[in-house]
Design a protein around this ligand. Structure first.
Ligand code: GLN
Length: 479
């Protein structure tokens, strides 16, 4: 197979070719590994999407149904003996003694770890500019951000530097970079996938999920990730088999469009693509109805209390004693802790720790954390009510297209607004997928579909039908 053809294969097609004997897993891995290594060594000329690339190609194709397909994994997944730094200086050089459950499961299914991907520090960010290892560039326009926090994973897949990648989503970090890079990203139902071995940001929100070139690959990766894990008490068995999506029509499917997430604040070019997608859906037989999510506009405020609160607790463990870097020259233990955290954490992480510590402090706990939790419940109830009226909810994934590097770094509130459409689903714990739905000013726009908890099969089917109808062409992002 010529190398250009090889890079155009979806993972599903690559697995078929490996099974049929027309492609060797070794050849596929080596082709991607070489590309990834070149990008990693290219400095300013590369995308900076990798923090580590495998030194060699595994001798034999891995056993299992996925036949040895290479996998890129967000830096925050623990991978035994391989740097796992969550984009932070404080974890520089940290080599975990064990591997995250989802990575284990994907390798048991036959994937081979090819690279770790760059990300915002501890997954805090929407642009990948908060990484201690420098920003990732968007392959559609290298002067722009790829979105965050799984920006390295999204850019790598969009550019054809990895066939697929694993990311995590706390408030939008799979869906938003998928949208800005013109690929598919699925945030599963909270609890569908194990969090064991993911370096935690906000434990009641964090979920792992696929970033892929198409919907079939997302279903394929997801099917090998799901299920209860004894090491994560919040994980449950997925209630049905994850199916390969096959729907060609959407007859009888009721789609809800919430006015709260499809109006003010969304760029005109994004709304135009969104409306065209609704027309495609109607042509496929779906009906479109207006639904109400009255508390959704408050999701961002609740999220930016809850996520920092959980982060301030989760990040307390980084003290220079147990993991990664330790500041030198301290004369006592407290000074060592303080200096390590001062030197090791970046500005955004420090901001979140301060916000979260304040929100949880005695006297303020109920006013901030307690109230944010009540808003969270209201948001979940809004979705439950909406799903009595419709099957799925559609919104744009991000309010705008990829913005210029540096454009929003000085204004945290403007940065937080990128999550406006994705955070409500995270707070409600429901699954949502972003698929590319067109271009605005030459840059990709994402369409978000959300469904009730554990409705991934339906969600993937609808996304598959729409993907065919929209026929987005992502080839101009390839390296
Ligand atoms: N952008 C959001 C934040 O900064 C979401 C990040 C995420 O989903 N990990 O918190």
């Amino acid at each position: 197979m010529s190398s250009t053809d090889l890079f155009e294969l979806s993972v599903l097609d690559a697995v078929r070719a490996i099974d049929a004997g027309s492609l060797s897993a070794r050849e596929l891995f080596e082709a991607y590994r070489t590309r990834a290594e070149r990008d990693r060594g290219a400095g300013e000329d590369g995308l900076n999407c990798f923090t580590w690339v495998a030194g060699e190609t595994p001798k034999d194709g891995a056993p299992g149904p996925l036949g040895g397909v290479p996998l890129a994994v967000k830096d925050l997944f623990c991978t035994e003996g391989v740097p796992s730094q969550s984009g932070s200086r404080i974890l520089e050089g940290y080599l975990p003694p064990y591997t995250a459950t989802v990575v284990e499961r994907l390798s048991a299914a036959g994937t081979a770890l090819m690279a770790k991907t760059n990300q915002d520090e501890f997954a805090m960010g929407s642009s990948n500019e908060n990484s201690a290892f420098g920003p990732v560039r968007n392959p559609w326009d290298r002067g722009r951000v790829p979105g965050g926090s799984s920006g390295g994973s999204a850019a790598a897949v969009a550019a054809g530097l990895a066939p697929w990648a694993l990311g995590t989503d706390t408030g939008g970090s799979i869906r938003q970079p998928a949208a800005l890079c013109g690929i598919v990203g699925l945030k599963p139902t909270y609890g569908a996938v194990s969090r064991y071995g993911m370096i935690a940001f906000a434990s009641s929100l964090d979920q792992a999920g696929p970033l892929t070139r198409d919907v079939s690959d997302a279903a394929l990766m997801f099917s090998h990730m799901v299920g209860r894990d004894v090491s994560d008490a919040t994980s449950v068995e997925f209630p049905e088999e994850v199916r390969r999506p096959s729907a060609e029509r959407l007859d009888g499917v009721r789609l809800g469009v919430p006015g709260e997430l499809t109006g003010e604040g969304i760029e005109a070019g994004v709304l135009a693509c969104f409306r065209e997608s609704l027309e495609r859906a109607e042509e496929l037989g779906a009906s479109i109805e207006v639904v109400e999510l009255p508390h959704a506009p408050h999701a961002l405020s609740a999220y930016y209390v809850l996520a920092p609160a959980e982060a301030s607790s989760n990040l307390a463990r980084f003290d220079g004693v147990r993991y990664g870097a330790r500041a030198a020259g301290a004369t006592d233990l407290l000074e060592m802790y303080t200096r390590t955290r001062h030197d090791g954490f970046g500005a955004e992480v420090k901001r979140r720790i301060m916000l979260g510590t304040y929100a949880l402090s005695s006297g303020y706990y109920d006013a901030y954390y307690g109230r944010a939790q009540r808003v969270r419940t209201k948001i979940a109830e809004d979705f439950r009510a909406a799903f009595e009226q419709v099957d799925l909810i559609l919104t744009p994934t991000a309010p705008g297209v990829a913005f210029k590097l540096g454009e929003k770094t000085g204004d945290p509130l403007a940065m937080y607004l990128n999550d406006y459409c994705t955070v409500p689903m995270s707070l409600a714990g429901i699954p949502a997928i972003s698929i590319p739905c067109g271009l605005s000013g030459g840059l990709p726009v994402g369409l978000q579909l959300a469904g009730p908890a554990f409705s991934e099969n339906r969600l993937l089917d609808a996304a598959f039908a729409l993907e065919r109808a929209i026929a987005f062409d992502g080839s101009s992002a390839r390296v």
